[in-house]
Design a protein around this ligand. Structure first.
Ligand code: ATP
Ligand code: MG
Length: 406
């Protein structure tokens, strides 16, 4: 991150009431009434969780912004907050007394820091405290004059397309001065959109699907189907590590259900024709995911499928698999190319875990020629050969539940 702020010298110069804060803007403008207060309360809670090891200072909400007092650890705070959904952007601000002399001198210091990267600048002011005797254009004018009195020729103003903005906001409780605007994770605060169960395989796609779902405010619980000893403990470790990374975006620990899937896979392998192996295996996964979802009060199932990627992800396959559940199945990657998914995985921090060379349960029993267009009818016919309910009850009884956080 090219974000640098060294306000040390400002603090030394002005000890009178100067405060450094991080100003947080949140998006989703359409929110109103009860939804809005739920959104803000959840966002504050998530911010506090994300910062629990960084700062214990309270998060204060005023005039449609959330303010976090900070000292010299602003970079660290920003780093954590970039994983909090619902934050639109952030600005490190300096708050000073409403005194034109102090405002001018502080603004000059803030601009100098911003201009270290070069470029042009523009001063913009806002005055919501109408008792402040200097009107907005006049504040900008006086600050600009002060700057031109002190700067060298490398400082160039540009009224139309400046690289650096110097913002001054005069409010009831003080004057805020800032230049930098850092993009946030956007989306909705996790916890405002209900809960879903994420089928997490250890591969590249499903962690990204989890990320996308949380971005829209949905809490996720992960379900992993583990076929020990056909898949090693290290396959499970991968999924645990994925949950660790995802928990940073959840702003909470993630609950992981590890389902013992071996008996089911063996039964399918023994009794059903190989070309339907994957379809039937997936039908079992969906049934179990649905049962866990119901128990945990989750309303949907999320998968990392996209259309047409592999044999089991044709629309026909989806129809045959979806047959076993009435729950909505969210597939947030449906329109993504593999390359786009990989890029996203790298950005989130799950990619390196995904490519560790441990087998997943699908590859162990992978048939040489999976059915590309399986039918519901044939799936049902083959399954009738198996004690479906019994197998599911057994697998659920052996399910291990872990709570994972960073
Ligand atoms: P991924 O990269 O997420 O493994 P994939 O492209 O390999 O996806 P498939 O192996 O066909 O696709 O799996 C499709 C989806 O089914 C996965 O994205 C995941 O949501 C779910 N899934 C597959 N295997 C497992 C498993 N062992 N445990 C939990 N979910 C699984
Ligand atoms: Mg996979």
């Amino acid at each position: 991150m090219d974000f640098k702020m060294e306000h040390g010298f400002i603090a030394q110069k002005y000890e009178n009431n100067l405060e450094r804060m991080l100003m947080i803007r949140y998006g989703e403008l359409g929110l109103k009434g009860k939804n809005k207060s739920q959104f803000i309360n959840r966002l504050i809670k998530n911010i506090q969780y994300a910062l629990r090891n960084v700062t214990s200072k309270p998060v204060v909400s005023t005039w449609g912004r959330i303010m976090i007092p900070c000292d010299w650890n602003v970079n660290e705070i920003v780093d954590q907050l970039q994983k909090v959904f619902g934050i639109y952007s952030m600005s490190p601000v300096v708050k000073v007394d409403k005194d034109m002399e102090i405002i001018k001198e502080t603004a000059w210091q803030v601009l100098q820091e911003a201009m270290q990267k070069g470029g042009t600048f523009k001063v913009e002011s806002r005055r919501s405290d109408k008792t402040f005797p200097v009107i907005s254009p006049e504040i900008s004018k006086q600050v600009a004059e002060y700057i031109f009195d002190h700067c060298d020729e490398s400082f160039e103003a540009d009224m139309h397309d400046p690289e650096n903005m110097l913002n001054i906001e005069v409010r009831d409780e003080g004057a805020y001065i800032y230049s930098e605007v850092i993009t946030g994770a956007k989306g909705m605060p996790v916890g405002t959109g209900g809960k879903a169960v994420l089928m997490l395989s250890g591969g590249i796609d499903s962690p990204v699907a989890g990320f996308m779902t949380m971005k829209r405010g949905v809490v996720i619980e992960a379900v992993h189907f583990h076929s020990f000893p056909f898949t090693s403990e290290r396959a499970k470790e991968k999924v645990i590590d994925h949950c660790r990374v995802l928990s940073r975006y959840a702003n909470a620990p993630i609950k992981l259900h590890v389902v013992h899937f071996t008996e089911i896979q063996k039964a399918i392998h023994e009794k059903c024709s190989a070309d339907y192996g994957i379809t039937i295996m997936r039908r079992f996964m969906f049934r179990i995911a649905e049962k866990i979802a119901q128990k945990e009060h989750a309303l949907a199932i999320v998968t990392g499928e996209s259309v047409g990627q592999v044999a089991s992800q044709t629309l026909e396959s989806m129809v045959a698999i979806n047959d076993v559940t009435k729950m909505p199945v969210l597939r947030p990657l449906v329109g993504f190319d593999k390359e786009e998914i990989m890029e996203r995985a790298e950005k989130i921090g799950t990619y390196d875990i995904s490519i560790r060379p441990y087998e997943d349960c699908c590859t162990v029993f992978l048939p040489p020629h999976p059915k590309i267009r399986p039918s519901i009818k044939e799936s049902r016919r083959l399954e009738a050969l198996l004690p479906v309910d019994e197998l599911i009850e057994e697998a659920l009884a052996k399910t291990e539940v872990l709570k994972i956080s960073i």
